[in-house]
Design a protein around this ligand. Structure first.
Ligand code: ZN
Length: 377
């Protein structure tokens, strides 16, 4: 039986059959080595179905880990029975995930454990925790990032917004619009990101280096002039303090515009651009826009990126895809494309309504659709 290959996220994703022994190995080695030679991707091995691994199979996987590590590439495992993992234990290069959801999270999000440790280490200021960041492009050490304590705020829907709002969980907590502060911006080269870990994070205990790859940093460095042109379109938009709190509506708009630009600049392959973040950026730009014309333009752009997200669904975690489709339906309705919204809703409901963890989103989309369908069952 062969290893089943897919591309998922940044990974060549192999599902191993129930047995991987010397006889299977002889048939597989060449094909796998050819895949690896032709692709710059990291490797994920789904071991959940693997029952039997002999010494030769184990050695093959360990050698694979070592050679990928030398090229600066990563190998990860998902699942695996104890006896299988014992056979692999010699390898020290491997990161192991318990399940697919944890693995998929790495595609585009910070791990919840890392986010939690950031919160513990960051000083709190007026409801927001602030992080001291260093720009990975130009080395500017004066960048501020803001994170929200999700224990103190809960997400709620609001009739006038497509995106959910963070509302105080108790009366002791100040209310704030977190999306205004969500994007950290370097005021020297205008690198901007939602992800604090794309910057180097400074703690008294030491620095956590940016997780951007060298080619991503180089792509962003080469396009600094484009970001400066964006800044030049905004009067008053200079000075080190422009992005400091409190941020005006226009500053919030500009931060999301720069985030959008950076997401596009980071990857030369359009398929790898994080379409979910671009949907989000355009929805927030609608929120902070100056006029109807801008809103209409950003809604159309958000719709285009939501289509790109669906086309490249294997690059996104199940949750991101669900959230992206929720936004797609909202956008279609906002643009008056009711028939298209109904078509997406049919598949969406079948897929996500039975999954209780998605209730918050499904309920919202159902309530939007109910205005158009009469009764939504
Ligand atoms: Zn910078």
């Amino acid at each position: 039986m062969n290893w089943k290959k897919q591309i998922r996220g940044q990974y060549l994703f192999y599902t191993l059959p129930s047995e991987f022994t010397v006889s299977a190995l002889l048939k597989q080695t060449k094909a796998i080595n050819d895949d690896l030679k032709d692709s710059p991707l990291d490797v994920a091995l789904d071991l959940r179905g693997l029952e039997k691994l002999d010494g030769a199979g184990g050695r093959f996987i360990n050698n694979l880990s070592a050679s990928l590590e030398k090229q600066g590439r990563k190998i990860v495992y998902i699942g695996g029975k104890e006896e299988v993992l014992v056979a692999l234990e010699e390898s020290s290069f491997v990161k192991k995930y318990e399940n697919i959801a944890d693995f998929e999270l790495e595609f585009h999000e910070m791990s919840p454990a890392f986010a939690e440790s950031l919160l513990k280490l960051a000083p709190v200021n007026a409801g927001l925790s602030s992080l001291s960041l260093i720009c990975p492009l130009c080395g500017n050490r004066e960048v501020s990032g803001f994170i929200l304590d999700e224990q103190k705020y809960k997400q709620e829907w609001n009739d006038s917004e497509i995106t959910p709002m963070w509302e105080p969980a108790s009366s002791k907590v100040e209310s704030l619009d977190f999306a205004v502060y969500q994007v950290a911006v370097c005021t020297t080269c205008y690198f901007a990101s939602l992800r604090p870990d794309f910057f180097t994070i400074v703690f008294p205990e030491g620095e956590v280096l940016s997780r951007l790859k060298t080619d991503e940093i180089n792509n962003l460095k080469m396009t600094t002039s484009t970001r400066k042109q964006i800044m030049n379109q905004f009067r008053d938009a200079d000075g080190d303090k422009y992005f400091n709190p409190p941020r005006e509506k226009q500053v919030a708009y500009l931060s999301w515009l720069l985030h959008e630009a950076c997401q596009k600049q980071m990857h030369s392959d359009r398929k790898l651009i994080n379409a979910y973040d671009l949907v989000l950026a355009n929805l927030y730009m609608c929120k902070y826009a100056e006029n109807e014309e801008q809103i209409n333009e950003h809604l159309h752009t958000a719709l285009a990126w939501s289509n790109s997200l669906v086309e490249n669904r294997q690059l996104y975690s199940g949750k991101r895809l669900m959230m992206g489709l929720s936004y797609q339906i909202s956008i279609l309705l906002a643009l008056g494309k009711v028939e298209e919204a109904k078509a997406v809703w049919t598949g969406y409901r079948q897929e996500y309504a039975p999954q209780s963890e998605y209730h918050f989103w499904v309920k919202r989309v159902a309530s939007l659709m109910s205005g158009y369908l009469g009764e939504v069952e």
